[in-house]
Design a protein around this ligand. Structure first.
Ligand SMILES: NC(=O)c1ccc[n+]([C@@H]2O[C@H](COP(=O)([O-])OP(=O)(O)OC[C@H]3O[C@@H](n4cnc5c(N)ncnc54)[C@H](OP(=O)(O)O)[C@@H]3O)[C@@H](O)[C@H]2O)c1
Length: 351
């Protein structure tokens, strides 16, 4: 690789072993008490109806490729795919190697019998989402996920969204009971505000907040400040901007959920590909792919950020994981900061 690397820019606390023989260990990071690889794997892409074609064998192959490459933080949710599809897929892929993997899942989308959906607007074409994170259902959610995953503990358990009708303290209090019962190791929050984080952390230590964060979607500065103050890790979802930052997306087909985001309309994609051309050029100069540059940039934003790119394709997964071994020179980071400050993406994202 022809990049201007230093070892100083991306702090790591150690490495995590890579299960596949011969591969070198990945740098490790801390999410609260959890030690995880610097780049995890987002499994959402492996359920039909999200991003284009995928079937069960392809999904299991992708998950095993990620784990073999050391990307052993696996992110799923009860809401990905139909009726627990994604958690079952993860369960199949981790069977026999549970101890190699940090399993993170989320609850509140897959309604339990009797649970009333609490709707909230996320705007744009995506419209409304519905969750129920009532503390009365939290244990049953966890038991459902444990069954699907084929395991008896969840390493990191998040309410997928704060419930608009239930104070976050009540939801998190019920997850804390699962920690006491040994079903859950650590608690996370997903799509939460700084206010949610502070309130939840007062009930039980929060290991990580999961939020959209990438070169084309800055993190909320208040959330960043609160997480840093409280020692909470950041799990960055859509770290490749849903694939856009790899430079390979020029059109989204019907049936792909990204079509719901104005940022991915044909017109905005063309504009955005033009606007991000300088980032792609910088990647090429450094001997990196644009996606690797996007991930290496994210890793340099905070020592406690862990991106979770998703992919159906083993070659892409290996490429992504390699970004964890590619610290960027401070001069490069300075240049990227300047370039990114001059770019604003056209169109809103999903949330
Ligand atoms: N908490 C939440 O509400 C929330 C919301 C969204 C996502 N997430 C989590 O975050 C994870 C990642 O987010 P995401 O899937 O939305 O977006 P992403 O990781 O930014 O992008 C995924 C897309 O990028 C493509 N891709 C990945 N690596 C590539 C490479 N090296 N070269 C070319 N294309 C590449 C994939 O296609 P291929 O399959 O062809 O590689 C896929 O279409 C999800 O899986 C999920 O676990 C959480």
């Amino acid at each position: 690789m022809n990049h201007d690397a230093t070892t100083a820019a991306v702090p790591v606390d150690s490495t995590v072993p890579t299960p596949s023989q011969g591969a070198s260990a990945l740098p490790a990071r801390a999410l609260g008490p959890l030690r995880v690889p610097a780049i995890g794997f987002g499994a959402m892409v492996l359920s039909p109806g999200m991003y284009g074609e995928v079937d069960e064998p392809r999904g299991v192959r992708a998950l095993r490729a990620a784990i073999d490459a050391g990307s052993t933080l696996i992110d799923t949710s009860d809401g990905y795919g139909q009726d627990g599809h994604n958690e079952r897929l993860v369960g199949r892929a981790i069977a026999g190697r549970r101890e190699d993997v940090v399993v993170a899942t989320k609850f509140g989308f897959r309604m339990l019998p009797g649970a009333e959906p609490h709707r909230f607007s996320v705007g744009f074409t995506f419209g409304e989402l519905a969750v129920n994170a009532d503390p009365r259902y939290v244990r049953a959610y966890a038991e459902q996920s444990l069954r699907e995953l084929g395991t008896d503990y969840i390493d990191l358990y998040y309410p997928h969204f704060p419930d608009p009708r239930i104070p976050i303290e009540e939801t998190v209090g019920a997850v804390a009971d699962l920690v006491d019962a040994g079903l859950v190791r650590s608690i996370g929050l997903s799509n939460a505000t700084a206010e949610h984080l502070r309130a939840a952390h007062a009930v039980h230590p929060i290991a990580a907040v999961q939020t959209e964060w990438s070169m084309w979607r800055p993190i909320d500065p208040e959330l960043l400040r609160a997480g840093r103050e409280l020692g909470v890790g950041f799990v960055a979802w859509s770290p490749l901007g849903g694939g856009f930052l790899t430079g390979s997306v020029t059109r989204i087909d019907d049936g792909d959920f990204r079509r719901n985001a104005p940022r991915f309309s044909d017109e905005n994609l063309a504009v955005n590909n033009d606007r991000f051309a300088p980032i792609r050029s910088t990647a090429h100069e450094l001997g990196l792919t644009p996606g690797q540059l996007a991930l290496a940039w994210l890793l340099a934003q905070d020592p406690a950020v862990v991106p979770i790119p998703g992919s159906r394709t083993p070659a892409h997964i290996l490429e992504n994981v390699d970004a964890a071994r590619t610290p960027l020179h401070p001069d490069t980071l300075g240049r990227l900061t300047t370039v990114l400050a001059g770019i604003s993406a056209a169109g809103a994202t999903l949330l």
